[in-house]
Design a protein around this ligand. Structure first.
Ligand code: ADP
Ligand code: MG
Length: 605
């Protein structure tokens, strides 16, 4: 266990250095050179000091002022001190820049890894724990690791420098002095391990706390939280979560503080022993006074340095352990979707989209036992409008996601012109989806539409055309800055849209994508009845030549579909066109009658 940890620490240290190298190699080299030079300066100063000290002791204090040989030495030390001061300042400035650059590099790596992760991963709490820890580790930790490593490197060099000067004078005391640091290093190591374990245990706790923070500070949530007067309940939960974190941390630190104090006492006793031995040696004239004096100074300097170094190591250790989290997350993931080698953007004409089939698709969400989609087979001919209907939870949305290539099915496959679809990434490029819970990008309206085709620069004329087709152009034109208006009032000059207007924007995005397969999951849920009717009657014309999968729980709106699949419990229980399904008198007919009755009742009251 300890060994594995040590190895992880060493490779994390290499990782941190590599990051710094990638971020700004010149700054890294600059900083390292400064550290080496100052360590060398420290050794020189020590040796000169010892020389001065020795000659003063040998010739008596009165000789010190007179001896001309001393003056250049003292002046040399002073000049070198000033030079190193300047050097160190330049190193610090370079270090600050390096920190910023490493931060950017690492945060970018985490974002890229998150983007590359397969959608399925986002269903797993463990993934979110790992992501949270990586984000946590990406915030200043790598840069801090580099700072700490550099400082430790410098401390190590000065330990070596002092140790070297010391070794000349009283080498036989060296093991004792080094030994004095061992208990402290051991205790720090143990605390570090425990702290890291706690950090892992608290991941989910922290995620919940951060979620509550978002709820309490977000604009979208602010409304309902006030309407329900939920603020104090949520802050109460936030306090609870935080209290738990603080409590566990406090408990851990308290139990380890005692251990570290004991270790420090042992180390201190060993240092005292070393000084005592020197005292005794000088007293018994076994050692010249000048050497004993310099050795005492050396023991003191060395033990202070070693202790600082040990403390630093424990800080670095903790930091580097966090970096292991970052590495684990950003390492290439065997489950990740490889990014396309070249930006691909084939147009509809380039990719013939023929007969599309789904064969015996099965899918179970991670963390659940019941399949959400079971043995579903569908047939979609080019240019057809196919509808998926069924009550809430019957698996429509899940099936839509499978058809869109967002999840690989557990079993079964998609077929295009009889060929199994193996590249889901390429399949997604041929698909435009309007999600039931589509995303409202709080960015300019034009982006909300042009994101339908992110690999090509936005074409203003086509953006307007897509907006027009979705019935969004009119209200967009009235925004303060028309299509350039940011759609979030938390941004300067921003505006907000109504639910139905947002939905039209999502539709416009699908029009703009101009893909041969279009999947619309309840695309009219937020539209009024008139708008819904209009959209459905125009659907065929608007998406002419494309294969359309239309999901709706309002059966009235899908009765014109070429083929209707009725889902129940994740399975297709009936299929056919509206007339034949009604004639069958099964589940569809039941649902249709219930809805028709509801309309009639509403009409008569
Ligand atoms: N992310 C998810 N994780 C686990 N189960 C899910 C998830 N999304 C949906 N389900 C479940 O899968 C089933 C089908 O859901 P869904 O496809 O959304 O149905 P529909 O769109 O027809 O309302 C439901 O039982 C639902 O609870
Ligand atoms: Mg749904």
């Amino acid at each position: 266990m300890g060994d594995r940890r040590t190895r992880a620490l060493v490779s994390s240290a290499a990782f941190a250095v590599r990051l710094a190298w990638l971020a700004d190699r010149r700054a890294l080299v600059h900083v390292l050179v400064v550290q080496v030079l100052s360590a060398a300066g420290m050794t020189a100063a020590l040796v000169v000091t010892q020389k001065v000290f020795g000659s003063v002791l040998a010739e008596g204090p009165a000789a010190a002022g007179r001896s001309p040989a001393l003056v250049p030495g003292v002046i040399g030390v002073l000049v070198a001190g000033a030079l190193f001061g300047a050097l160190r300042l330049s190193g610090t400035a370079r270090m600050a820049v390096l920190t910023v650059k490493v931060d950017r590099l690492v945060a970018g790596m985490v974002l890229e890894a998150a983007v590359a992760a397969e959608l399925r991963r986002f269903e797993e709490p463990d993934f979110h724990d790992r992501l949270q820890r990586a984000v946590f580790a990406s915030r200043r930790q790598p840069a801090q690791a580099v700072v700490l490593l550099v400082t430790a490197f410098q401390a190590a060099l000065t330990v070596l420098a002092v140790g070297g000067a010391f070794a000349v004078m009283a080498w036989w005391l060296l093991p004792l002095v080094l030994l004095s640091a061992v208990p402290a290093v051991k205790a720090a190591g143990r605390q570090r391990g425990a702290y890291h374990d706690l950090h892992h245990d608290l991941s989910e706790n922290r995620r919940l706390r951060e979620y509550l923070e978002r709820l309490l500070t977000g604009r979208d949530e602010a409304r309902e939280i006030r309407a329900l007067d939920l603020g104090h309940v949520l802050t109460g939960r936030w306090q609870d979560q935080y209290a738990r974190e603080v409590e566990s941390t406090e408990r851990l630190l308290r139990s380890h503080a005692r251990r570290r104090m004991a270790a420090q006492a042992v180390g201190g006793a060993l240092t005292c022993l070393a000084v005592g031995v020197l005292w005794w040696l000088a007293d018994s004239h076994l050692l010249p006074l000048s050497v004993a004096g310099a050795a005492v100074a050396g023991v003191w300097l060395l033990s202070v340095r070693i202790n600082t170094f040990a403390g630093m190591l424990s800080g670095i250790g903790e930091n580097l352990l966090r970096l292991t989290d970052l590495r684990a997350f950003t390492a290439p993931d065997e489950g990740a979707i490889p990014p396309p080698l070249m930006p691909r953007q084939k147009t509809v004409d380039e990719v013939p989209f023929g007969e599309f089939r789904a064969e015996k698709l099965c899918f179970t969400y991670p963390g659940t036992d019941t399949p959400a989609v079971r043995d579903v087979s569908l047939d979609l001919r080019p240019g057809q409008v196919v509808a998926l209907v069924g009550v809430n939870g019957s698996g429509k949305t899940t099936l839509a996601r499978l058809l869109a290539g967002l999840y690989p099915p557990d079993s079964g496959c998609l077929l295009l012109d009889g060929e199994p679809v193996t590249d889901l990434g390429a399949h997604r490029e041929r698909t435009a989806v309007v999600f039931q819970d589509f995303t409202r990008y709080k960015l300019p309206a034009v982006d909300n539409i042009a994101f339908g085709r992110p690999r090509t620069a936005a074409d203003p004329a086509r953006v307007r055309e897509a907006a027009r087709q979705a019935g969004a152009l009119e209200f967009l034109a009235e925004l303060p800055d028309a299509l350039d208006t940011p759609l979030g009032k938390e941004f300067t000059g921003g505006a907000d849209l109504s639910g139905g207007q947002w939905q039209r924007l999502a539709l416009a995005r699908a029009f703009y994508r101009d893909a041969p397969l279009v999947i619309l999951d309840e695309p009219t849920a937020a539209l009024d009845a008139h708008a819904e009717d209009r959209l459905f009657t125009q659907l065929r014309r608007l998406f002419a030549g494309r294969t359309v999968v239309l999901i709706s729980h309002r059966l009235r709106s899908v009765r014109n579909a070429d083929r209707i699949y009725v889902l129940r419990g994740g399975q297709v229980v009936e299929q056919g066109d509206h007339v034949s399904l009604l004639r069958t008198g099964g589940h569809y007919a039941d649902l249709f009658r219930t809805q028709a009755d509801a309309y009639q009742t509403a009409g008569t009251t």
